[in-house]
Design a protein around this ligand. Structure first.
Ligand SMILES: NC(=O)c1ccc[n+]([C@@H]2O[C@H](COP(=O)([O-])OP(=O)(O)OC[C@H]3O[C@@H](n4cnc5c(N)ncnc54)[C@H](OP(=O)(O)O)[C@@H]3O)[C@@H](O)[C@H]2O)c1
Length: 427
């Protein structure tokens, strides 16, 4: 490992310690699963009302909605998970190399997300039209599925914990078993060519999210004889986001999760439970709420989504292209940048000259456009934007600390040149 690489690894470790979870990891592991149940129960049985009561009997009634696992849900999920794993391993797609590991080696990854995504949609569509699968099954089985996937992830994380105990030198567990169970012990656990972290990060959770949305739309149609404009907006926006994700799938290889985070309960549960079951809250809510939107409202929400997308994708692609070719023209002029002592270039024009994370800003605009179609009858569809804002604020701080540790003076110079973190003139 070069001197530079060991400095980078030391910076990652330092930042991880500062922006890690402290002791809150235990609280998260205990509190988050009930929170997902809570939101689902509020949306499904209480018309989206946030239930708070001091009446113990009312709470007992509330929690009695937690659904036990069923063989039906377990069978569905097993078929789903194994089917997606088979696609990850065997579906056609280019093989690309991941980022350098701490020992200097690189892993191969099969980038077949878009094929798997479209193939899955075609198969599900075929099964539904032939009458072998009910279009509303994911809505009807949502409660049992939530329990099944929760149980699965807790067990799977146990498997991952033991898997990593004999891992590489840089993967040594901390010796605090519950913490290691939460954070994971292996960076890239693999069964044959199946990279479990990359697979769970994208496939069984993200494609499931889209299918759940479609199932919600089908249920709305079954119950009310219509699929409303707000439902079409939510399903359309989120489908577009997912297609875009799979088209640019390779970008996931440079994310913090793939580069630095071990694969334990946190990522596993986040990918398989949190993502599909909370990112569908808007569609879940709309199943029982068939309000319309004024035309100006629809235009404003679509405009917000498209503007957010243009910023989010524009900023990410601009950085990607610039890092490959610093002589590129950015917004009609030669790119301006700071050359760091480490040799990395920091773009200071285009989106990266307006704020240091315009890509987060664009992502937040998109997230808000997913919530607004639900109108203002319940706070639950807005849960996503609240959570996502907290997530990205935390990420920005962590990334800033990481870049400061890596680039020192050069980063301070960039911060001076581009003072806004995420939102120009505001934050
Ligand atoms: N939907 C979700 O759940 C979710 C969650 C998280 C993130 N995201 C999205 O994923 C996308 C990527 O996010 P990310 O967290 O990986 O952050 P990012 O902004 O894509 O990457 C930050 C890294 O880029 C480099 N960099 C920073 N400033 C630069 C500049 N001016 N010029 C060139 N390089 C610069 C630095 O790394 P090096 O110098 O070391 O290369 C820095 O660590 C974002 O659009 C974000 O909104 C989505």
């Amino acid at each position: 490992m070069s001197e530079q690489e060991s400095r980078d690894n030391a910076a990652v470790d330092a930042v991880r310690q500062k922006y890690g979870f402290g002791f809150s990891w235990l609280v998260l592991m205990i509190a988050l699963p009930p929170l997902v149940y809570y939101l689902w129960i509020c949306v499904t049985y209480y018309q989206g009302e946030l239930v708070f009561t001091s009446d113990a009997a009312a709470w007992r009634r509330f929690w009695s909605h937690v659904a036990p696992p069923t063989w039906h849900a377990a069978g569905l999920y097993a078929a789903w998970f194994l089917g997606q794993a088979a696609l990850q391993v065997w579906a056609p797609g280019p093989t690309v190399q991941g980022m350098k590991l701490p020992d200097g080696s690189r892993l191969d990854y099969r980038m077949n997300g878009i094929f798997s995504f479209l193939f899955t949609l075609a198969v599900v569509f075929g099964l539904v039209t032939m009458g072998w699968l009910d279009a509303t099954v994911l809505y009807d089985q949502l409660g049992p599925l939530l329990t099944v996937v929760n149980i699965f992830t807790f067990v799977f994380a146990g498997f991952l914990y033991f898997w990593g105990l004999n891992g590489k030198q840089w993967e040594r567990p901390t010796g605090r078993p519950f913490y290691d169970y939460f954070m994971g012990t292996a960076l890239n656990p693999r069964i044959g060519s199946l990279d479990l972290k990359l697979f769970c990060e994208a496939r069984p959770g993200m494609i499931f999210w889209l299918l759940m949305n479609l199932s919600m739309a089908a249920k709305q149609y079954e119950l009310h004889g219509t699929v409303t404009v707000p439902m079409l907006l939510v399903v359309g926006f989120q489908s577009f986001y997912l297609i875009d994700y799979f088209i640019h799938e390779e970008a996931v290889l440079t994310t913090w999760d793939i580069k630095h985070e071990k694969f334990g309960w946190m990522l596993c549960w986040g990918d398989l439970v949190w993502l599909p079951f909370t990112y569908t809250l808007q569609a879940q809510y709309l199943v029982h709420h068939t309000h319309d939107l004024p035309v100006w409202g629809i235009i404003a929400i679509v405009a917000l989504n498209l503007a957010g997308y243009a910023i989010f994708r524009g900023a990410n692609i601009q950085k990607h292209h610039f890092r490959r070719d610093p002589n590129r023209i950015v917004w009609g002029k030669p790119a301006k940048y700071i050359k760091t002592k480490q040799g990395s270039l920091l773009l200071t024009s285009g989106w990266w000259g307006i704020a240091r994370h315009m890509n987060y800003f664009g992502d937040l605009m998109i997230a808000l456009s997913w919530c607004l179609p639900a109108a203002f009858g319940s706070p639950i569809p807005y849960f996503h934007i609240v959570y996502f804002t907290i997530l990205l604020l935390h990420r920005e701080k962590r990334d800033d600390a990481m870049c400061l540790a890596k680039y020192g003076e050069d980063w301070l110079q960039y911060r001076k040149k581009v003072p806004w973190r995420i939102v120009p003139k505001i934050y």
